[in-house]
Design a protein around this ligand. Structure first.
Ligand code: AP5
Ligand code: ZN
Length: 207
């Protein structure tokens, strides 16, 4: 199974990815998680990316496309993959199309902007695994601790309200174009075209 999860910041891509990757036994390729790992490791890429991420902008297409192409060469992608937060620009989507990276489904998770800020302000993350909680909507068993490891949960640096609003604006200006892009491709009936499904991202996580 080869999937793209498309949706605004805070729509629940990472949350749903946890279930989907287990069901299909495929790796989650989250460009956001990859960039945060580079920031933590203090690499040159990490230092450059941190500034952009903290400002709510997008890291350059060349860097992201290179990261993903390298990741797809790893053996665990042979059985499929789940893209989380990628592609998020037309050039990124075009690069995958040109490279012949197959996609079975594009799943758009739809959440109104009004719900996003509250989701982000309550989000808590286990940095090592990317497991995500919410203090109110999806609380860990023990406050502030990861359910599986018991390790500390943190807040993301880019979850402050001003940064969240900027990320939403960037989503509407650049990433939302992919809704039309993939819908058109899906409707074209061309061989290899993905199927497109829009899913309401409000309501309980399980549904
Ligand atoms: P990235 O990490 O991809 O962030 P994002 O797209 O902004 O999405 P989030 O991770 O914030 O949200 P999510 O949809 O995963 O929601 P979650 O499941 O956590 O990217 C970060 C940055 O990296 C970007 O801003 C950019 O700078 C850079 N970057 C990354 N990829 C890039 C690319 N391809 N090109 C260029 N730059 C790139 O859920 C959010 C909260 O809501 C959680 O607390 C969760 O518990 C809660 N929640 C989830 N579902 C529900 C529900 N149904 N009801 C109530 N609460 C819920
Ligand atoms: Zn995420």
């Amino acid at each position: 199974m080869r999937l793209i999860l498309l949706g605004a910041p805070g729509a629940g891509k990472g949350t749903q990815a946890t279930f989907i990757k287990e069901k299909f036994n495929i790796p989650q390729i989250s460009t956001g998680d990859m960039l945060r790992a580079a920031v933590k490791a203090g690499t040159e890429l990490g230092l450059a990316a941190k500034k952009v991420m903290d400002a709510g902008g997008l890291v350059s297409d060349d860097i992201i496309i290179g990261l993903v192409k390298d990741r797809l060469k790893e053996p665990d992608c042979a059985n499929g993959y789940l893209f989380d937060g990628f592609p998020r620009t037309i050039p990124q989507a075009d690069a995958m199309k040109e490279a012949g990276v197959a996609i079975d489904y594009v799943l758009e998770i739809d959440v109104p902007d009004e719900a996003i800020v509250e989701r982000m302000s309550g989000r808590r993350v286990h940095p090592a695994s990317g497991r995500t909680y919410h203090v109110k909507f999806n609380p860990p068993k023990v406050a502030g601790k990861d359910d599986l490891t018991g390790e500390e949960l943190i807040q993301r640096d880019d979850d402050q309200e001003a940064t969240v609003l900027k990320r939403l604006q960037v989503y509407h200006e650049q990433t939302e174009l992919l809704v039309g892009y993939y819908n058109q491709w899906a409707e074209s009936g061309q061989p290899g075209a993905p199927k497109y499904r829009k899913i309401a991202g409000v309501g309980p996580v399980e549904s």
